[in-house]
Design a protein around this ligand. Sequence first.
Ligand code: 4NP
Length: 150
Amino acid sequence: MIKVLFVCLGNICRSPMAEFVMKDMVEKRGIADNFEIASAATSDWEIGNGVYPPAKKKLSENGIDCTGKTARQMTKADYGYYDYIIAMDEGNLRDMVRFVGDDPDGKVSLLMEHTSTPRDIADPWYTGDFEQTWKDVNNGCSCLLKKLGF
Ligand code: 4NP
């Protein structure tokens, strides 16, 4: 079982989009049994809140349901439990230090680091561009799956 945790600042836009896109990809490829996939926030700002409506809409326009997902903050225990901790931007990496220390097991990476265009995924909470997030998250997840051998 490969355990993947996607992480962003609020866990209401980018990381839940990545969580549900990745779940959809592994489902469609018939490899879902190989994975446990979740998402969490670095901050405690949105704990308990559902996926932000424009992010939810972008998922549902593409046939992906994220009903029931509520934001949670990551914990130190997540670092032990998950095999891959995938952040959305450099700010997340800085904010994660208190949960992952100096990443002794080398589990932490940026999602776009796995693509041919390594960079941050812009925060649509601020940019309003959920289409760009959708494209980046799809590209990132598909490249990550390839790196994992699928
Ligand atoms: P996310 O976006 O990190 O992609 O979930 C944000 C969501 C909420 C806030 C900031 C970013 N906020 O300030 O509450």
